[in-house]
Ligand binder design. Structure first.
Ligand code: C2E
Ligand code: MG
Ligand code: MG
Length: 370
């Protein structure tokens, strides 16, 4: 379906270019359009036509698929005259178009260079960050809704950047994924979280530690080994480790992914679905993957005390999850009012600023555990 989709899109772009230039596929879902003799009016006209052409849904096998184009534009000679320079600047401009909400276009401007440079410096910094030990794991408590006992923690990575200070995952995880660095970084988080979990366990605080996985860690088959060696090195009982998968992992369940998931379950580690409700996976499907927990995305939890529709959605997720034997975790609990409703529903666990923000290990020592 993906291939047919790209072919149809390519056909539409070619047709609508009307011989004013050349279109080529750069790779993945990226196309390059070359307009040899175009002034600004002509560029605007072509871009508008291409966006219109892409706006009509593409129907393949009875499925209606919607596209959005993000276009970045670099102009010769203002922005440069060789292909590499123009491509790099068009790419930076496209980045900005995407960030502006997609379905839009941007011309390259010099100030984009600095954003682009930040991107480049982050990815080269990431390469060294592991060796220099610049990553830190913060932990956020997960509590039992009935009595607020802390039963687990979620491990959330931070980067102690030598110049820019403490960075959150939003600033570097995507870049790490693009740069192919998420696999070693993910393995480091696993080792570190297991080491810390073992320390708590030996101190008589058996907290279950949840670690976030990127969909990319499921490719290439190294995940099973990474988990196994993190457990072996630390001595953590597998039952105290939970792996959080996002729905994007489930969008692409190949036989290899299924085998990995099955082996992880056989090791005795728990699997949960993170940010549930933001993707398209069905509960029945999730159940078949031997997942044990569902974390309801905070956008569905935040307003359940004020927005009746939000309450219907979140309440239904809790009920359906329970009837399939899944444990439910509500993310982003910030108020007593929300907690009361979750308690009425019988939601099992909760996580959010109401109980504590993510903190370094040293900040987590105070609360009593179950
Ligand atoms: P997530 O796994 O859904 O983690 C929960 C995020 O929500 C955390 O953001 C947390 O600080 C925030 N949060 C928790 N309680 C509340 C609340 O009550 N209100 C609000 N507004 N926010 C709350 P953080 O630490 O910035 O992490 C963002 C995302 O980065 C995570 O979302 C996760 O998808 C990803 N991430 C974090 N660590 C790792 C990692 O080691 N590997 C990978 N692949 N991804 C990670
Ligand atoms: Mg998570
Ligand atoms: Mg989440």
């Amino acid at each position: 379906v993906g291939d047919e989709f790209l072919c149809e899109l390519a056909r539409r772009l070619t047709t609508n270019l009307q011989r004013m230039g050349t279109v080529g596929r750069q790779g993945g879902d990226e196309f390059i359009v070359f307009l040899p003799d175009a002034d600004e009016a002509a560029i605007e006209q072509v871009v508008a036509r291409l966006h219109q052409a892409a706006a009509k849904p593409i129907v393949i096998d009875g499925h209606e698929l919607a596209v959005s184009l993000s276009t970045g534009i670099a102009v010769c000679p203002d922005d440069g005259c060789d292909f590499q320079t123009l491509l790099k600047k068009a790419d930076a401009a496209m980045y900005h178009a995407k960030a502006a909400g997609r379905n839009t276009h941007r011309y390259f401007t010099e100030c984009m260079n600095s954003r682009f440079a930040t991107h480049v410096s982050i990815s080269s910094g990431l390469r060294r960050a592991l060796e220099r030990d610049e990553f830190v794991v913060f932990y956020q408590p997960q509590v039992r809704v009935t009595d607020r006992a802390v039963v687990g923690v979620e491990a959330l990575i931070r980067w102690n950047h030598p110049q820019r200070g403490l960075l959150g995952p939003a600033e570097f995880i995507t870049i790490a994924e693009d740069a192919g660095l998420i696999v070693p970084i993910g393995a480091w988080v696993l080792r570190e979280a297991c080491r810390q979990g073992t320390q708590w366990w030996r101190e008589g605080r058996p907290l279950r530690v949840a670690v976030n996985l990127s969909a990319l860690q499921f490719r290439g088959g190294g995940l099973e080994d990474a988990v196994r060696s993190a457990l072996d090195e630390s001595g953590l009982p597998p039952d105290l480790l939970e792996l959080e998968l996002t729905e994007t992992v489930l969008l692409n369940v190949t036989d290899d992914v299924l085998t990995t998931i099955r082996r992880l379950r056989q090791m005795g580690v728990h699997l949960s679905i993170d940010d549930f409700g933001t993707g398209y996976s069905s509960l029945a499907y999730i159940r078949r993957l031997a997942v044990t927990r569902l974390k309801i995305d905070r956008t569905f939890v935040a307003d359940i005390d004020t927005d009746p529709e939000a309450a219907v959605i979140a309440g239904t997720i809790v009920r359906m999850a329970h009837s399939l034997g899944l444990t439910t975790v509500a993310e982003g609990v910030e108020s007593e009012a929300v907690l009361r409703i979750l308690n009425d529903w019988g939601c099992d666990l909760a996580q959010g600023y109401l109980f504590g923000r993510p903190v370094p290990v040293s900040g987590l020592d105070a609360p009593a555990t179950a």
